[in-house]
Design a protein around this ligand. Structure first.
Ligand code: FA5
Length: 346
């Protein structure tokens, strides 16, 4: 009889120990079967062993077993309630709700436009280079034939690095022409897209930070006809076969002769005297170009008697304005998602 009483105590301890680890309705059911299971439950076995006791001992032990059974039953119920409360706290998944879209970033329209330009030039056999945004006076001006204090420097409203009058934010991508020609000898056929900076008050067609793409070709026998042909086929690919292209004489210290290139207005096609974009002229200016000045070739030890070249510099943002027919360039940089999203599918 003592032996059985000891077993009853052991089972209670065993139950308490196991009950602590129950974390799910399944585990709870396993525990129930282990102790109260009708065939092999511990309590069923205890009841079976009552048979071996004397008729006097039987009711005493029977009572103890019964109490353990009640105890276990009520603890199981308690654990069941706790588990149910726990499930209520954890939010259920409602599979009928619409799925959440995780918004993905997308390239900025100017970046996409720059890639489009790069692709056209790749197909024409050009490669892409870049250079530093912080430049020295030598690369930005002097090697490009702007002597110190030359009035032409005033056309580029330069931002200098504070306390370092030899360092500046490049005002155009042309300094990379010099860097490229210092690095290697002709034949050279490259484009250089990148950011440039000028002291400007922002307005619909001017920004203090904008993008340019520079082009440079140097080889034996390069003429103005190559410059015209290259720019014409590039601009027709970029805009449309139907645009008109006009070369106007101009001046840059690093090209001779120099030209500015206009295309027929993409907004009014030259038919609206009140057009906001071309101001009724029918033409829009998009780039500067010319034959590399022999002095610039000398500055980088390329023999101008043997080689000649052409170069051009186009405003990427300015041109994007005309391609997408945006009337204010500042819209590209205001980060208004409603504006930027319009370019997602283009
Ligand atoms: C230049 O910067 C020369 N380096 C271009 C060049 C390269 C000429 C090679 C000859 C040979 P310009 O200052 O005109 O030139 O600028 C070139 C283009 O940049 C302009 O046609 C225009 O499209 C764009 N641009 C100029 N200023 C701004 C501005 N403030 N905001 C946006 N785009 C501008």
């Amino acid at each position: 009889m003592e032996e059985l009483q000891e077993k009853i105590k052991q089972y209670q301890l065993k139950f308490d120990e196991a009950a602590k680890n129950v974390k799910s309705p399944n585990e709870l059911q396993e525990l129930r079967v282990q102790f109260l299971g009708r065939k092999r439950g511990y309590l069923t076995k205890l009841i079976d062993s009552l048979r071996d006791l004397s008729p006097e001992e039987r009711p005493l032990i029977g009572k103890e077993i019964n109490e353990l059974k009640k105890y276990i039953t009520s603890r199981l119920e308690e654990i069941n309630q706790n588990l149910a409360a726990e499930t209520r706290k954890t939010p259920r998944i409602d599979i009928t709700l619409p799925g959440k879209t995780i918004p993905l970033g997308a390239p900025h329209p100017i970046v996409k436009f720059q890639e489009e330009i790069e692709n056209i030039f790749y197909q024409m056999g050009f490669s892409v280079e870049d250079g530093p945004e912080i430049e020295t006076d030598y690369y930005n001006f002097e090697a490009l034939n702007f002597p110190p204090h030359h009035p032409a420097r005033d056309d580029w409203d330069t931002i200098y690095i504070e306390g370092r009058d030899d360092l500046l934010l490049r005002t155009h991508t042309s300094p990379v022409q010099i860097r490229a020609m210092e690095k290697r000898k002709p034949p050279i056929r490259i484009i250089i897209p990148g950011r440039v900076f000028r002291k400007e008050t922002p307005d619909p067609t001017h920004l203090p930070m904008f993008f340019q793409v520079e082009g440079l070709v140097v080889d034996v026998g390069i003429t103005f006809a190559h410059l015209k042909g290259t720019l014409e086929s590039f601009l027709r690919r970029l805009f449309s076969e139907r645009i008109k292209i006009r070369f106007r004489p101009s001046f840059f210290p690093f090209t001779e002769p120099s030209a500015e290139v206009d295309i027929s207005c993409t907004v009014c096609l030259g038919e609206d005297k009140e057009c906001r974009v071309c101001r009724g002229s029918g033409w829009i200016e998009i780039l500067g170009a010319g034959m590399v000045d022999p002095q610039v070739l000398k500055n980088v030890n390329i023999d101008p008697e043997k080689y000649s070249g052409f170069a051009f510099g186009m405003g990427i943002d300015r041109t994007a304005m005309f391609v997408y027919q945006i009337s204010d360039m500042r819209s590209f940089y205001e980060n208004d998602l409603r504006f930027l999203r319009q370019f997602l599918k283009q």
